[in-house]
Design a protein around this ligand. Sequence first.
Ligand SMILES: Nc1ncnc2c1ncn2[C@@H]1O[C@H](COP(=O)(O)OP(=O)(O)OP(=O)(O)O)[C@@H](O)[C@H]1O
Length: 261
Amino acid sequence: MKPAAPDQRLDSAGAPTADSARAAVVDLQAVHVIAGEKTLLQDISFRADEARVGIVGRNGSGKTTLSRVLAGLIAPDQGEARVDGIDLSRDRKAALELVGVLFQNPDRQIIFPTVEEEIGFGLRQMGLSKFDTAAEVAQTLARFGKSQWAKAPTHLLSQGQKQLLCLMAILAMKPRIILLDEPFAGLDIPTRMQLQRALDQAETQLFHVSHDPQHLEHYDRILWIEGGRLRADGPAADVLPEFTRQMTKWGASDDLSDLAS
Ligand SMILES: Nc1ncnc2c1ncn2[C@@H]1O[C@H](COP(=O)(O)OP(=O)(O)OP(=O)(O)O)[C@@H](O)[C@H]1O
């Protein structure tokens, strides 16, 4: 393997990860998100430019709301959220170029009848010509060894294949950041490993929401959200053991209604 440049990050297998020169700065300052009577996020502040950032927390703690803020899909009711100084909730074109989002349910993301149309859509939105889009789609499929999928009807793909399609569509757009909101839930181990490999090889920053601390052990930084607040923020080796201890403690006591309170 080629020796890494002095400031190049390596993943757990020793492979280079995100290109630090392209790292975007995600900057949240005193972010509040309110829905009716309920405060979904309260006073969240952090500045992150790490290659791999994990987001953990119990069900209903506010992780998905936070990912929507990061992607510019919702604007904070108070405070500021910026990526590289840009308020993505006001600049959708910049949001498309900067952040790709992979959600848990690919059926909510796939809207086109064939694989090539699905991958091509985002590229056309970014302003690529039909010719360049076709070339980029073909290259992306070839990179994943899936050229034979080009004309395949998307509704015939399995869940894992659909999730891989969504990931290919995002990677084709070469965003600076990929936001993952539990994309592995419901996938079998080989499919999950294949997606994880594709992500590990992507020279892109990852913000990854997961319930499973094991998926995030090799990450640079972990944000732990609880009750809409930032409960802990630090290296995986510090935050994840404490998170696991607390989850186990809560899980061992009381009933589900208490867990959800
Ligand atoms: N638009 C909304 N209006 C009212 N409440 C909402 C709205 N969106 C989310 N919530 C509530 O806010 C809380 C946080 O939701 P969110 O989806 O961000 O949590 P989460 O940590 O991603 O949960 P999970 O792990 O279960 O996916 C939940 O109690 C949810 O029911």
